[in-house]
Design a protein around this ligand. Structure first.
Ligand SMILES: C[S@@+](CC[C@H](N)C(=O)[O-])C[C@H]1O[C@@H](n2cnc3c(N)ncnc32)[C@H](O)[C@@H]1O
Ligand code: SF4
Length: 452
């Protein structure tokens, strides 16, 4: 996997890279199953939205019409195929994301959960999250989603400033956002999260702080804060390029992040990941699974997964991506039972890179025991402890390596993007110094036939 791709993945929890197949000289992980091979979480992607927000480059489509029956059938079929392929016996959590999954019918959500229960154990109290757009148009009631099996809502309010919401081309206003949060809190107290973005066009530190002041008293026990990324090809990117709009510079953005962390802390929220804050330990179990390197199965157009295909004799974890375009994906699922477009076997280094990049996002970092599950041969101190570059980061107060494990300091968490390239390079140098060769294989599309 290229370092750039991995860093991109760290930012968006998406994307994967590649590695070249070669005959292993000395491989330290071939044919060893990663931990918890019989358990995974499930991500289900609903690819449709009502309209295109100006900043968004997620895999979403604005359909002229939607055939809910066909989508339901295909999501069920692909869920069944991939669950059987992985041979997991337990699904620990389910996340319906998008796109706008709150545009799906509750019966679709119920049908997918039923398929999960028929093919694996899904406990009654397993976390089942639905991403909700607070738009009044087109969505079923939150209560009906709960009756379908959802027990956690993640609401994309993005901002409580109507001018910003217009610039972002959202189809809701601040009133809609507040109403949706209040309704969700009544239905699901303690299990409601809100997504908020900062570093928006024209936003000042002062206006951001006053927005947070409005938000904190009304939100529930979980907040996700995302710094706006200007994505190439989006309308907002063009508006900023042309000078029509301007976004705050890096120094202002850093102050915004810092002040938000402080305000959230003062309001009783504990930061447990770069962008995530929880009160009363209402953390997202599903996302923690990603950051702790657990297996996950991705279903739906463009979904990503990481699991061992044990039913076909697989012994190594694969990074999988489903076909992006919904109509093509539907045809593939109808013909082959799944729409997997790309599979890459993760070699030992690839797996450790993911554990490192994901683990350092969390406050707790990577514990010695956790690292050992993936790397029994070489502990954190052996790999990073002697490196001068690492020691510089440690002396600079950004990273901590002790008997507990490896983690960022409070300051380090804010600078993770600049720390990771150094850490990945150190890991690569360790592998080179030991003469380990990559044993990854990039499975071409034709190889996917083996699953069918
Ligand atoms: C996968 S999106 C979809 C959620 C839902 N459709 C919505 O828009 O509310 C999940 C979250 O990613 C964040 N996000 C999307 N695009 C972003 C960008 N360009 N920069 C920063 N955060 C972004 C938003 O906060 C959004 O709620
Ligand atoms: S609703 Fe969400 S997924 Fe859809 S375009 Fe807007 S940000 Fe993207």
């Amino acid at each position: 996997m290229s370092r750039r791709a991995l860093l991109k993945q760290h930012q968006a929890l998406l994307c994967l890279g590649t590695a070249v197949g070669s005959v292993p000289l000395r491989s330290i992980a071939t044919h060893r199953l990663p931990p918890r091979a019989d358990e995974a979480s499930l991500y289900v992607h609903w690819p449709y939205c009502l309209k295109r927000c100006s900043y968004c480059n997620f895999n979403k489509y604005i359909p002229r019409s939607q055939n809910h029956a066909v989508m339901t059938e295909c999501l069920q079929k692909e869920t069944q195929t991939l669950l059987q392929l992985s041979q997991v016996s337990r699904i620990s959590s389910v996340f319906f994301g998008g796109g706008t999954p709150s545009l799906a019918q509750p019966s679709t959500i119920a049908a997918v959960l039923e398929t999960v229960s028929k093919n694996a154990h899904l406990s009654d109290d397993a976390e089942v999250t639905l991403e909700v757009n607070p738009t009044p148009a087109g969505k079923a009631s939150l209560k009906d989603f709960m009756l379908a099996g959802v027990n956690r809502f993640s609401i994309g309010i993005q901002s409580l400033n109507d001018d910003h919401l217009r610039i972002l081309r959202r189809d809701h206003n601040s009133q809609h956002a507040l109403q949706t949060v209040s309704e969700a809190r009544t239905l699901c107290p303690g299990r409601v999260s809100v997504d908020v973005m900062f570093a928006l066009p024209g936003q000042s530190v002062k206006s951001w702080e006053s927005e947070l002041e409005k938000l904190l008293p009304v939100c529930d026990d979980h907040v996700s804060l995302y710094q706006l990324t200007l994505e190439r090809g989006t309308q907002l990117y063009k508006q900023v390029e042309s000078g029509e709009l301007s976004v705050p510079g890096d120094d202002v953005t850093a102050v915004m992040y810092k002040s938000a962390r402080r305000d959230l802390e003062n309001a009783g929220f504990c930061q447990y990941e770069v962008s995530n804050f929880a009160k009363n330990n209402a953390v997202s179990e599903h996302n923690i699974g990603y950051w702790r390197g657990h297996q996950y199965i991705g279903v739906g157009p463009g979904a990503h997964g990481r699991f061992v295909p044990r039913a076909v004799g697989g012994a190594q974890r694969e990074a999988r991506t489903q076909t992006l375009e919904p109509d093509v994906w539907i045809r593939e699922v109808q013909h082959h039972g799944h729409g997997t477009r790309r599979r890459i076997q993760l070699d030992h280094r690839g797996l450790l890179e993911e554990v490192l990049v994901m683990g350092l996002r969390m406050n707790e970092g990577i514990t010695q025991q956790h690292w050992e599950l993936f790397s029994p041969e070489a502990d954190l101190k052996l790999i990073f402890g002697m490196s001068e570059n690492f020691q510089e980061l440690q002396v600079g107060g950004l990273l901590i390596l002790d008997d507990r494990g490896l983690r960022c300091s409070w300051e380090g968490l804010a600078l993770l993007d600049s720390i990771l390239p150094t850490m990945l390079l150190e890991l690569e140098m360790f592998f080179q110094s030991k003469g380990y060769q990559e044993d990854a294989q990039h499975l071409r599309n034709t190889d996917i036939q083996r699953d069918r």
